[in-house]
Design a protein around this ligand. Structure first.
Ligand code: GLU
Length: 331
């Protein structure tokens, strides 16, 4: 990752910065937002945020309200990768599952996500159900337990689904040795691997609908199974950041009835070390353009700013985000 993030590049053009008496030199701040695989919803979140930031920058150039922030949202390994890179100052922002936000801030699962007490919330985005997608050639897969002896993609290290899959493996007393094959494919690879008959199922925590999942459900008749047995019911009851979620009938070709599973929220996070004005401007750009933001992905259709500033957030709000919410009278 590049090292010079958040570098403020004051253009030192001297006299050349003045054209017709007006100062054109603008201090630029570069921010990078960690997302997920290019076929996921996080990639859309990051790029939608950048789009709003750049829109505000362009409008600011004519109205005089300038912020000078330039934004990029590269594809990454996902939630826990993003949190780790933010803690090292390699990324300024990232999208992360609410369960991994919780654990990074609390520092209670250091084997899964690096403890990061300076983690700060900005807002939450869409709900993300945890989904097991099973091949049409493996009709016997109907629960997490039934994955025993199957070829199962546990996901790439750094992804949120990898961590959540490990939580389920612990819950059901399973290790990687219980699968005929445990692969570590990325979200971009897993649907093709399923359709090519290389794996029997994969686990994925992702917003609905998702083009990557559709490759498997609509492309090769894979199914999303229900995850609502007694063990999962007690997991949800005992865990503050999990809630039951429904994937409605009709979402994909093979979703002929509602699917019940549990899920988390996608959240937008940063570090206490990121400048307050920058976090304020990013928050403001998203919230002032929320209608545009909602239109960029069907998973964003129901976003409500006053819920986004609360739901699924366990790390404290960054003061830059809180400043915007207070200004609006929302807190
Ligand atoms: N929830 C996944 C993760 O944390 C990413 C999903 C997506 O890319 O939309 O890695």
């Amino acid at each position: 990752m590049r090292k010079m993030l958040l570098a403020t590049v004051a253009l030192a053009f001297g006299a050349a910065a003045y054209v017709g008496g007006a100062q054109t030199a603008e201090a630029k701040t570069f921010i990078a937002i960690g997302t997920g695989g290019p076929t996921g919803v996080y990639f859309v979140v990051g790029n939608a945020v950048c789009r709003m930031v750049h829109k505000e920058a362009a409008e600011g150039r004519s109205s005089g309200r300038q912020h000078g922030i330039r934004c990029s949202a590269p594809s990454t390994g996902g939630s826990t990768y993003n949190i780790g890179q933010i803690s090292q100052g390699e990324l300024e922002f990232g999208v992360a599952q609410s369960d991994w936000q919780y654990h990074a801030y609390e520092g209670d699962t250091p084997d899964k996500v690096a403890p990061f007490p300076k983690l700060r919330s900005v807002f939450s985005v869409h709900p993300e159900p945890y989904q097991i997608i099973a091949s049409k050639d493996a009709p016997e897969i109907d629960s997490f337990m039934s994955l025993k002896g199957k070829r199962f993609n546990i996901g790439n290290p750094g992804s949120g689904q990898r961590g959540t899959t490990e939580v389920l493996m612990n819950l059901f007393g399973m290790g990687t040795g219980d699968f005929a094959l445990a692969t570590e494919l990325t979200s971009t690879e897993q649907s093709n691997a399923l359709c090519d008959g290389k794996i029997d199922a994969y686990g994925y925590t992702v917003g609905v609908p998702n083009a990557g999942v559709a490759v498997a459900t609509d492309g090769c008749d894979a199914r999303i199974i229900n995850l609502d047995d007694e063990k999962i019911k007690s997991l949800v009851a005992d865990t503050p950041y999990y809630a039951f979620a429904t994937i409605p009938a009709g979402t994909y070709k093979t979703t002929t009835s509602d699917v019940t599973t549990f899920g988390v929220m996608a959240t937008f996070v940063t570090s206490a070390d990121v400048n307050e004005d920058v976090v304020y401007e990013v928050t403001r750009a998203v919230m002032e353009n929320i209608d545009d933001f909602r239109s960029l992905h069907p998973a964003f259709a129901n976003l409500d700013p006053q819920k986004m500033m609360k739901d699924g957030l366990s790390a404290p709000l960054h003061p830059g985000a809180a400043r915007y919410y207070k200004e609006k009278g929302w807190m």
